[in-house]
Design a protein around this ligand. Structure first.
Ligand code: DAH
Length: 353
């Protein structure tokens, strides 16, 4: 057996398996060295001593070489594995664009939160409305200017769908079909279906047939509030609007009411909020005490449906305002068209929550 040749083979072994077979080849039960060891017995004592010493030395060298090579191979395998599995934490990651709520949705949620905290239920109504709920029911008789073609998107009398009343009844005979111009029709729908006392808020999309400009859109959102009960007063209205102002602009906020005409309320008042941070009043919307004619229209409808009149002796307050307007003022946005036209994602992203 050529010990040096064996050592070279061991050092050149390229894997643990190859190394193992070399070990078997030389040191195994039938290995070359083992076989030579077995021949020692047939030698003379002097020869045996010398030969035994040589073989033992060779065995020691082979064992040491095997061990060293094994350690080296294991180390190399480990290094290779580490390299293969290495993570380059400095590589840029994949950007998954995340969605966000539209600014108007965010403000709507904020407003609903404020009213929920005062005990209001949130209800919604249809966008395609009958003339009766949008106008007549809220004391806007035929001669009212808001019923002019200029302001309303009238729809052809629906042939393939029906406008339903609060109980699912067909109200096709109660006037024309239109896109609601405000959220106030939901006052009538809700009152027909429920008996006081109650507190509600109605968020929703409304439509106006008008030229768009920096402060007018043909579609926008409103929030309507309605509280009805046996002893509801204008003080309750002022309290609620004050609470709204505080929710929006902080504890320092103040409110201001100025007499105005709205057909569905008497007395009616427009209201503004004091924005302390900017030192200015924000004219926000309309409000007032529910007009007796609204209650009467509701009770007449209830009677027609075979329900008892429920609003005689009741009082209530209502308000309504545009959500976009609040957003424009609060964030200093110069043009309402940024919200829905021109696909202004770069604009909207600034407000991603
Ligand atoms: N519906 C009115 C509008 O769209 C806003 C409004 C004013 C609603 C006074 C009310 C109210 O409930 O009391 O211009």
């Amino acid at each position: 057996m050529d010990t040096d040749a064996a050592l070279r083979q061991i050092e050149a072994a390229q894997g643990l398996e190859a190394l193992q077979s070399l070990k078997v080849q030389y040191l195994g039960k039938n290995g070359l060295l083992t076989q030579q060891m077995k021949t020692l017995g047939s030698l003379s004592p002097e020869e045996r001593k010398e030969r035994g010493r040589q073989l033992n030395e060779a065995k020691g060298r082979l064992e040491a070489a095997l061990e060293a090579r094994e350690a080296a191979l294991r180390e190399r395998a480990l290094q290779e594995q580490l390299e293969k599995e290495a993570l380059d934490v400095s590589l840029p990651g994949y950007a998954f664009p995340s969605g966000g709520l539209h600014l108007i949705s965010q403000i709507q949620q904020e407003l609903l939160g404020i009213f929920r905290s005062m005990g209001h239920s949130v209800v919604e109504g249809p966008e395609v409305e009958s003339e009766f709920f949008n106008f007549d029911g809220v004391n806007m008789p035929e001669w009212h200017p808001a019923r002019d073609m200029q302001d309303t998107f009238w729809l052809q009398k629906p042939e393939r769908f029906t406008i339903h009343g609060p109980f699912g009844e067909d109200v096709g005979d109660l006037g024309g079909a239109l896109l609601r111009t405000h959220t106030s029709p939901m006052q009538v729908r809700y009152m027909i279906q429920h008996t006081p006392p109650f507190k509600i808020v109605v968020p929703g999309r409304v439509f106006r047939y008008e030229q768009t400009d920096a402060s007018h859109e043909a579609m926008f959102f409103q929030l309507e509030g309605l509280v009805v009960g046996p002893d509801i007063t204008m003080a309750d209205l002022k309290g609620a609007i004050t609470e709204l102002a505080r929710g929006l602009f902080g504890a320092e906020a103040k409110v201001r009411f100025q007499p105005t005409f709205f057909p569905f309320v008497e007395p009616g008042a427009q209201f503004a909020m004091w924005w302390a941070e900017r030192g200015r009043w924000l004219e926000l919307g309309g409000s007032g005490m529910v007009h007796p004619n609204v209650f009467k229209a509701v009770d007449d409808y209830r009677e027609k449906m075979g329900l008892p009149r429920a609003y005689e002796g009741m009082t209530g307050w209502a308000f309504g305002f545009g959500i976009e307007r609040l957003a424009l003022l609060r964030y200093g946005i110069p043009d309402i068209r940024y919200f829905y036209q021109q696909n202004r994602l770069s604009f909207l992203r600034q407000f991603r929550n």
